[in-house]
Design a protein around this ligand. Structure first.
Ligand SMILES: [Zn+2]
Length: 399
């Protein structure tokens, strides 16, 4: 693919880009991009306009600059983020402008991929075509493989086949995760929809979103902590790249060992952090208030500085902060970004995290580490999906 075609493809996968941004993205000399742009403008393949500062755009514009824009039909991608029991579904441009969106309650039956059908229906509705889909899933996930292997080490009838599995070297999928993710279903979905489908861990998408369009802009090494009513996960961005580990398990902070005699975990280990940080939050609150509460209600009350919810969230921060302090000493990140979906209530979690980082982190690491709330609210995963799709769309132009 020649420089001119690469520039055209990159402009098509954006909401407008400057020549300098194109040169950096495509790793081409600015002069080459300028020559290509002149030819494309002459041919009418791209148009030009002066940029308006647009905080919603993924393009970074510190000052007004001249943007190159696609003249053809606007390319869009479909995004489905299955997280915290919801399907955050959106159609967005490759530049990050959301064209349509819906927030759908996911079926509690996670054993069947049919739970995604409402999101697929939304994407195939009357919002215009998409040419790629990104699906975020609440599980460690390795592209082209699926869930990492694992087994629950409880002897008994439910594990009758465990020996056979050992003999073949095959592990069982995590009992707590959707079994239909055991083998990467992306190819089958791609056949069904006739367009590429990418599947990615939801916390990794959040990390990518904040790193490229949110609180992490400008920082090369950062940790993103995603926290929901019943789950916690992290995404690592190391030296500018999301780090997944060899099995897709990197960032699974919920499975850091904290208690030798703790309960068995669906991941096959004993005493994981998940067992301590998962359930008690709402249960503790409900005991204090003597009535059922929703997670969003707890967040609202904590944001209003009601003592009980604020205290519980600070405690969650402390529980997570202890092992994360070790992770930070080991990785020396510049930023720890807390899930912006927690809103103002996140400051209590950050307070608990900060206490532990100050107490247990190596001073040199703590001094270089900033703890901040996410800047994208509940949209970090969606923005991360846009970034991932864009990288995929541009990857073909590098060959
Ligand atoms: Zn575990």
């Amino acid at each position: 693919m020649d420089a001119s075609e690469r520039v055209l493809r990159a402009v098509e996968a954006s909401d407008g880009m400057t020549r300098a941004e194109l040169a950096a993205l495509l790793e081409l000399p600015l002069g080459t991009v300028t020559t290509a742009a002149t030819a494309l403008l002459r041919a009418g393949a791209v148009a030009e306009r002066t940029a308006q500062p647009d905080p919603g755009s993924a393009t970074r514009l510190g000052r007004r600059a001249t943007l190159l824009l696609p003249t053809g039909p606007r390319r869009a991608l479909g995004i489905v983020i299955w997280t915290h029991g919801r399907l955050h579904t959106a159609i967005a441009t490759y530049g990050g402008t959301i064209l349509a969106r819906d927030d759908i309650k996911a079926s509690a039956d996670t054993s069947n991929p049919a739970l995604l059908e409402p999101a697929w229906r939304f994407l195939s509705g009357s919002h215009g075509p998409v040419d790629q889909i990104v699906l975020g899933v609440p599980a460690p996930f390795q592209r082209g493989v699926g869930l990492p292997p694992g087994r629950l080490a409880i002897p008994g009838p439910a594990q009758a086949g465990a020996g056979a599995d050992s003999a073949t070297g095959e592990g069982k999928p995590y009992r707590g995760y959707a079994p239909w993710l055991k083998t990467d279903p992306a190819a089958a979905l791609s056949d069904r929809f006739g367009i590429p489908v990418i599947i990615e861990n939801d916390a990794n998408l959040g990390a990518l979103g904040e790193a490229h369009a949110g609180a992490g802009r400008g920082s090369r090494t950062q940790l993103y902590l995603k926290l929901g009513e019943r789950s916690v996960g992290a995404g690592l961005v190391l030296d500018g790249q999301v780090y997944r580990g060899v099995s897709g398990f990197a960032g699974e902070v919920a499975h850091i060992h904290i208690e030798d005699d703790g309960p068995l975990c669906p991941c096959g280990a004993r005493g994981c952090l998940a067992a301590r940080a998962r359930k008690p939050l709402l249960e503790l609150m409900e005991e204090a208030y003597d009535r059922p509460l929703s997670f969003s209600e707890v967040l609202r009350m904590a944001d209003a500085d009601e003592p009980a919810p604020a205290r519980v969230l600070r405690e969650v921060g402390r529980i997570l902060g202890r092992p994360l302090a070790d992770v930070c000493t080991f990785l020396n990140p510049g930023l720890l970004i807390l899930d912006g979906a927690l809103g103002g209530a996140g400051r209590h979690v950050l307070a608990g995290l900060t206490e532990q980082i100050e107490r247990y982190c190596a001073p040199a690491v703590a001094a270089a580490l900033q703890l901040v709330p996410g800047a994208l609210g509940p949209d970090a995963d969606i923005r991360g999906a846009v970034h991932l799709a864009r990288i995929e769309a541009l990857a073909a132009t590098r060959s």
